[in-house]
Design a protein around this ligand. Structure first.
Ligand code: ZN
Length: 107
């Protein structure tokens, strides 16, 4: 239950908080883009089964690989892609927290 709350808390609450505090001028647009970071999970359709709650997504799916994470970090360095980079990194953070639970770090 804690895992579920943390995962979806990061997916939905962190974007709201970041948009609220760091994108004051375009708050609504920022929230929408940050929430759209969830679309990275489309790469799950390449896997079988599509959803496996005991599988760590990070470095398993193509858009969750370490090189992809590197690309997201680079994106935050450019004004035009910064918000998307942040959106995708929030997604990775949510999935990393999930992995920590799967590996039993919080049991
Ligand atoms: Zn994911």
């Amino acid at each position: 239950m804690l895992r579920f709350l943390l995962h979806y808390g990061i997916h939905f609450i962190v974007p709201l908080g970041i948009a609220y505090f760091f994108f004051k001028e375009h708050r609504l647009k920022a929230v929408l883009i940050l929430l759209a970071g969830i679309i990275l999970d489309i790469d799950h359709v390449l896997a079988t089964p599509i959803f496996d709650t005991m599988r760590c997504s990070v470095n398993f799916h193509p858009l969750h690989s370490y090189w992809a994470i590197g690309v997201y970090i680079v994106m935050t360095g450019y004004k035009k892609t910064r918000i998307w980079g942040i959106a995708f990194l929030i997604h990775m953070l949510a999935d990393i927290v999930d992995c920590l639970f799967i590996e039993g770090n919080f049991d």
